[in-house]
Design a protein around this ligand. Structure first.
Ligand code: DC
Length: 238
């Protein structure tokens, strides 16, 4: 059967920080011709807005009231980067793909993402983006809160040290100064906040398939994910 005749499903990929979710989600989306949305980038854009607009106090806390009053000024979108073949995040029309990946943003993003009004706004945008199906979205609450009816749900994890090493290598590769222990501490702290917040905490959906990729190469996990996709979509065809 031709691809265009096949049902375009919704694929939700959730899991801990820096476990390679976005790499596998992007690769899968490109391979099967689906839209890829990095929901974490949307929370990172809200955090960058806070940093740039003076909504992060000297003690590191977020001026939640100030942010709530200005949520209407935050418009996040994605546009394909022809060079990388992947979507870049735009905040109010400006490409912020590099700026949202810094340690500064990483260290403030979990408290911002825990704010109920931030989650409500981002969740509504994410649901609008996925209304037609044919989407791969990665994050923390995609299979539980954003698309609880997604046909394919994956929960990815890997050991703390392996995740920190990957994140550290990524930062160094981009020429950023990085300290392994700081990266590990940031990752554990984000997991703690993400898993214990009141609204849409990080947790595995009951019907999610679990992938521990601690000892898998990128090619192996890509293969595994493609198999899950084909197994499911073949069921719809037959
Ligand atoms: O995937 P990431 O590291 O770029 O995500 C950044 C932060 O955003 C992460 O600490 C938790 C939060 N997040 C969330 O709360 N819900 C999502 N669906 C995606 C990310």
């Amino acid at each position: 059967m031709k691809d265009s005749c096949m049902k375009r499903i919704t694929i939700a990929i959730d899991g801990h920080s820096s476990c390679g979710k976005s790499t596998m989600a992007k690769d899968l989306a490109r391979e099967i011709g689906y839209i890829y949305i990095d929901s974490g980038a949307m929370y990172r854009c809200c955090t960058l807005f806070c940093i740039e607009q003076g909504l992060v106090r000297a003690d590191g806390s977020i001026d939640a009231e100030g942010l709530e009053a200005r949520m209407g000024e935050i418009h996040v979108s994605f546009r394909l980067n022809a060079e990388t073949g992947r979507p870049d995040a735009y905040l109010n029309g400006v490409n912020v793909e590099q700026r949202i990946r810094t340690m500064e943003v990483s260290s403030h993003v979990s408290p911002v993402a825990a704010l109920p009004f931030v989650r409500a706004a981002m969740t509504a945008q994410q649901q609008a983006m996925g209304r037609e199906g044919g989407i791969v979205m990665d994050g923390r609450d995609i299979g539980t809160a954003v698309f609880p009816d997604a046909e394919l749900k994956i929960f990815v994890t890997a050991s703390d040290e392996i995740r920190a090493q990957r994140r550290y290598d990524e930062l160094i590769g981009k020429g950023e100064a990085a300290d392994f222990d700081e990266v590990l501490a940031n990752l554990r702290e984000r997991d703690r906040i993400d898993s214990t917040r009141a609204v849409a905490p990080l947790r595995q959906a009951e019907d999610a398939l679990v992938l521990d990729n601690s000892h898998l190469t990128i090619a192996e996990q890509k293969q595994w994910l493609l198999e899950q996709y084909h197994r499911l979509t073949d069921e719809y065809v037959h």
